[in-house]
Design a protein. Structure first.
Length: 188
C-alpha cells in the first residue's frame, strides 16, 4: 500500500458516545497512513467517549459537528460500531441524512460491527450484500439486504465487516474503495 494512495482525499468518521474504540482508531490510523485527511464528525460537541467492549476507553476531540457538515466535503465515510454509538446515530436526523448523502453522491462508505444500523435507518441497504455483527442479521435482512457471514464484504463501494477481528481486511478494503472513488451503483 502506497503511503500516498489517498493523498488529497478527506474521509469522515461519524461517531457519537459509545463507539468501539479500536473500530475508530485502527481504520483512522490506516487511512491516515495511506495519505488521507481524516475528520471526526459527530452530533455531539467537543468530545466523544470510546469504549473497549463494556469498559470506558479514551475520549476523542470532535473536528466537525454533523449538523454543519456535508457529504460533499468528503470523499468517503467510515462508520465504526459499538452498540450505543450506531443506536444513537440512527435516531439523529442530521446523522442519517449525512450518511444517506454519501450514497446519493455515489461515494464509498465503510461500516463495521453494529455500524450498519445507521445504514438501515438511512434506507441504503436494500438489494445490497453486507455483513455485520451477527445480531444485526435480521434487521439487515428486513431492510432488504442480503446478509452474509464473511470477514469483509464489498458491494459497489459499500464495505462491511463483522467485528474487530476483521479490522485488517476492513481497513485494506476501505482504503482500496476510497482510492477508487465514486461508484455508479453506490446509491440510494
Amino acid at each position: 500500500m502506497s503511503q500516498q494512495e489517498l493523498k488529497g482525499k478527506r474521509i469522515a468518521f461519524l461517531v457519537t458516545d459509545g463507539f468501539e474504540q479500536v473500530e475508530l482508531t485502527q481504520p483512522w490510523e490506516a487511512i491516515q497512513a495511506a495519505g488521507a485527511e481524516v475528520v471526526l464528525v459527530s452530533p455531539k460537541e467537543k468530545q466523544v467517549q470510546g469504549m473497549n467492549h463494556d469498559e470506558k476507553g479514551e475520549t476523542f476531540s470532535v473536528d466537525q459537528m454533523v449538523q454543519s457538515s456535508s457529504a460533499a466535503e468528503f470523499d468517503g465515510l467510515v462508520l465504526p460500531g459499538g452498540v450505543a454509538n450506531p443506536d444513537a446515530l440512527r435516531v439523529c436526523t442530521a446523522s442519517v441524512s449525512f450518511v444517506r448523502d454519501f450514497f446519493a453522491q455515489h461515494k464509498p462508505v465503510a461500516a463495521i460491527c453494529h455500524g450498519p444500523w445507521t445504514l438501515i435507518e438511512a434506507d441504503v441497504v436494500r438489494g445490497r450484500t453486507v455483513t455485520s455483527w451477527p445480531s444485526l442479521k435480521t434487521d439487515l435482512v428486513n431492510a432488504g439486504a442480503n446478509w452474509v457471514d464473511e470477514e469483509c464484504v464489498c458491494d459497489e463501494g459499500l464495505v462491511t465487516s463483522r467485528n474487530p477481528d476483521d479490522l485488517p481486511a476492513f481497513c485494506a478494503k476501505a482504503i482500496e474503495e476510497f482510492a477508487e472513488g465514486k461508484h455508479a451503483a453506490q446509491t440510494v
